[in-house]
Design a protein around this ligand. Structure first.
Ligand SMILES: Nc1ncnc2c1ncn2[C@@H]1O[C@H](COP(=O)(O)OP(=O)(O)OP(=O)(O)O)[C@@H](O)[C@H]1O
Length: 593
C-alpha cells in the first residue's frame, strides 16, 4: 500500500459495487420532494415540447388541405403556448437543480470533513495531504451534476421516450417497429465502451490525485525549493506529473466521446431507413404528414436516448470518484473510542506505562518494553539521540497512537478504556511543530479553550514570556497571523503554542522541544515562570538542550526505543553513563577545559 508519494497511483482497497450508488441515495433523499416537483414540471415541459410534430401532422394532413386559416391559427397558437410553457419550466428546473445539487454536495463534504477530523495520526502519516484534499474538493464537485441534473434528466428522458414511443405508435406501427431495429446495435456499442470508460476514468482520477499531491507538496516546500534552487528539477517533475494527467484526460475523453457519435450514426441510419420505407409506403397507409411527423419524432427519440447514454457515462465516471470518496468515509480511525469506554473523571495526573511496545508499522518495533511511573505533579524529562523514540513515548499518552503491547494507565485507569475527548481534554500538548492557524494571536492561544477570557489568554502569554513580543506587534493580541504563522519567527510560534497548551489548564502537560528555538535570555525567564506553572501538573518534557531539564524530578535516557537510564540530574552525572556523556558533549570547549 505505497501511498505516501505523489507519483504512486492509489490502489482501491475495495472494488466498486452497486452499494455505493445505493448509499448515495442517503444524500439525495432529503430533497425528494423538491426533486419530484421538478420532475413534474419537467414532464409538463417535455409534454409541451413533444406535441410539436403532432401539430405539424395535423396541419399538413387536415388544415392545409381544408384551407382552414382559423384552424392553422389555432394550431400556431397552441404551438407558441407550448414553447413558452416549456421555456418557463426550463428556467425553474435550472434554478432548482443548482440549489439541490449544491445542497447535496455540501452535505457529502460536511460528512467527509467531520470524518477526517476523527481519523488518527496514522491516516495522515500515510497519505500526501494533496490526495486527501482532491477527494474532498474535486471529486465531490464532480458528483454535483450527476446527483442533481442527471437524476431529473433521466426521469424526464424516460418519460419523453415513453411519450414519443406512444406518438410513434399512434402514427404508424410498422415504421415504429422498423425504428426499434437500431436498439440492439446501440446496446452492443454501449457494452464495449463501458469497460474501457470505467478504466480510463479510474486512471484519470489517480493522475489528478497525483498532480494535486505534487502541487500541494511543492507549495509547502517552496522555501526549501528556492533555497536549494531546485526549480528546474521540480519543473521537470511537474511536467511529467501533469503530462500523465493530460494523457489520461485525453484518453478518458476519447472513450467518452465514442458513445455520442455512435448514437448519432445509429439515429441517422434509422432516419434513412424510415425515409426509404416510408416513401415506398406512401399511399399504402402512410400519409405525407404522418411521415414528416414520424421523422420529427425519430429525431426527438434519439435525443433522450443519447441523454440516457450520457447519464450512463456520467455514472461510470462518477463511480471512479465515488469509490474514493466512500473509501475515505469508510476508513476506520486506527485509534477509536471503545464502545463501552467511560468518561475519564478529573484526574490527579498519575501516569504509568506497563511493558509498553509500539511500532508505526507492523514490522518495525519502535518502543520496547517501556516501564514508567510518573506521580502526580512530577516533571519527567526525556532525553536521547534523534530518532530514539522520545516523541513516540509521549504521543502514546494522548492516544495519538495505541500501543501494540502493554498498558498505559492514568490514575490507575487504562487509557484505552476511556473516551478520547475526556482523555485529551485533560492534556496540554505542545507538539514539536508549533502549528499556528490563520486568525489573530488571541484566537490561536484560545484554540484549545474557547471559553477562556481575554485576561486568561494574556495571563498564559505572560507566563510563557510571550506577552512582551505580542504587545510589541502593531495590533497586539489582535494581530492577524497567516496559516502556519509565516509572519512569526519559529521561537515566537513556540511561545504562542506554549501559551495555548498552558491555557487549557491541563493536569498532564507534554512539552516536546517546547523551547528549542527560544533565545537563552527568554528561556531563562521562562524557566522561572515554568517552575510555578508546572507545579501540580505531571509534565513530560523533551529537550535536546539539557540546560532546560536539569531541574526535572526524573530524567529518562532513551536509546533505540528503550529507557536505558533513569534518575535525577545529579544521580545520572554521578553514574557517569549515557546522560553524563551527553552532558559532556554539550559543554562548551571552554567549560570542558
Ligand atoms: N509517523 C511515523 N511513521 C513511521 N515511523 C515513524 C513515525 N514517526 C517516527 N517514526 C520513527 O520512529 C522512531 C522514533 O521517532 P521519534 O520521533 O519518537 O524520535 P525522537 O526521539 O522524538 O526524535 P527527535 O529527537 O528527532 O525528535 C524513528 O526511527 C522514526 O523514524
Amino acid at each position: 500500500m505505497a501511498r505516501n508519494t505523489f507519483d504512486v497511483d492509489e490502489e482501491l482497497e475495495t472494488p466498486f459495487n452497486l452499494k455505493h450508488l445505493k448509499r448515495l441515495t442517503v444524500y439525495v433523499r432529503p430533497y425528494k420532494k423538491k426533486m419530484m416537483l421538478t420532475v413534474l414540471i419537467m414532464l409538463i415541459a417535455s409534454g409541451a415540447n413533444l406535441i410539436g410534430p403532432f401539430i405539424i401532422k395535423h396541419a399538413i394532413d387536415q388544415e392545409i388541405p381544408d384551407k382552414s386559416i382559423s384552424g392553422l391559427m389555432l394550431l400556431s397558437g397552441i404551438f407558441l403556448a407550448a414553447l413558452v410553457l416549456s421555456g418557463i419550466c426550463m428556467k425553474w428546473r435550472i434554478r432548482m437543480m443548482a440549489e439541490i445539487g449544491q445542497s447535496i454536495i455540501q452535505n457529502i463534504r460536511k460528512d467527509l470533513f467531520s470524518h477526517l477530523q476523527s481519523l488518527s495520526f496514522s491516516f495522515y502519516d500515510s497519505r500526501p495531504h494533496g490526495k486527501i484534499l482532491v477527494r474532498v474538493v474535486n471529486y465531490v464537485n464532480s458528483l454535483s451534476d450527476l446527483l442533481s441534473n442527471g437524476l431529473i434528466q433521466l426521469i424526464t428522458d424516460l418519460f419523453s421516450l415513453a411519450v414519443i414511443f406512444g406518438f410513434m405508435l399512434a402514427i404508424d406501427v410498422k415504421l415504429t417497429l422498423l425504428t426499434m431495429g437500431g436498439f440492439p446495435v446501440l446496446a452492443t456499442v454501449i457494452f464495449f465502451i463501458k469497460t474501457a470508460q470505467r478504466k480510463a476514468w479510474q486512471t484519470l482520477s489517480n493522475k489528478q490525485s497525483n498532480m494535486n499531491a505534487y502541487i500541494h507538496e511543492s507549495i509547502s516546500g517552496m522555501k526549501v525549493t528556492q533555497a536549494f534552487t531546485r526549480e528546474q528539477e521540480n519543473k521537470r517533475i511537474f511536467h511529467r506529473v501533469s503530462t500523465g494527467y493530460k494523457q489520461s484526460w485525453l484518453k478518458a475523453m476519447y472513450v467518452q466521446f465514442l458513445l455520442w457519435p455512435s448514437i448519432e450514426n445509429i439515429s441517422v441510419l434509422t432516419v434513412s431507413v424510415i425515409y426509404v420505407f416510408g416513401i415506398a409506403w406512401i399511399g399504402h397507409g402512410v400519409t405525407v404528414g404522418a411521415l414528416i411527423a414520424f421523422i420529427g419524432y425519430i429525431w426527438m427519440f434519439w435525443t433522450p436516448l443519447a441523454n440516457i447514454g450520457n447519464f450512463y457515462n456520467a455514472i461510470i465516471n462518477a463511480m471512479a470518484y465515488l469509490e474514493r470518496i466512500f473509501e475515505m468515509m469508510d476508513e476506520q480511525p486506527a485509534v477509536k473510542d471503545n464502545p463501552d469506554g467511560k468518561v475519564l473523571k478529573t484526574i490527579k495526573g498519575k501516569v504509568e506505562f506497563e511493558s509498553v511496545d509500539f511500532g508505526y508499522g507492523e514490522k518495525e518495533q519502535v518502543l520496547k518494553n517501556i516501564q514508567l511511573k510518573a506521580e502526580p505533579g512530577e516533571t519527567i524529562a526525556l532525553v536521547g539521540a534523534t530518532g530514539s523514540g522520545k516523541t513516540t513515548i509521549v504521543s502514546l499518552i494522548s492516544r495519538f497512537y495505541d500501543c501494540t503491547q502493554g498498558k498505559i494507565k492514568i490514575d490507575g485507569t487504562d487509557i484505552q478504556g476511556v473516551t478520547l475527548p475526556s482523555l485529551r481534554k485533560q492534556m496540554g500538548v505542545m507538539l514539536q511543530d508549533p502549528f499556528i492557524f490563520s486568525g489573530t494571536i488571541m484566537e490561536n492561544i484560545r484554540y484549545g479553550r474557547l471559553d477562556a477570557t481575554d485576561e486568561e489568554v494574556i495571563e498564559a502569554a505572560r507566563a510563557v514570556q510571550a506577552h512582551e513580543f505580542i504587545s510589541g506587534l502593531q495590533h497586539g493580541y489582535y494581530t492577524e497571523v497567516n496559516e502556519r504563522g509565516t509572519r512569526l519567527s519559529t521561537g515566537q510560534r513556540q511561545l504562542i503554542s506554549f501559551a495555548r497548551a498552558l491555557l487549557a489548564d491541563p493536569k498532564i502537560l507534554i512539552l516536546d522541544e517546547a523551547t528549542s528555538s527560544i533565545d537563552t535570555e527568554t528561556e531563562l525567564a521562562l524557566q522561572k515562570g515554568l517552575e510555578r506553572l508546572l507545579a501540580g501538573r505531571t509534565s513530560f518534557v523533551i529537550a535536546h538542550r539539557l540546560s532546560t531539564i536539569q531541574n526535572a524530578d526524573r530524567i529518562l535516557y532513551i536509546d533505540d526505543g528503550r529507557i536505558v537510564e533513569e534518575g535525577t540530574h545529579e544521580e545520572l552525572i554521578e553514574k557517569k553513563g549515557w546522560y553524563w556523556k551527553l552532558c559532556n558533549a554539550q559543554r562548551l570547549p571552554s567549560e570542558a577545559g
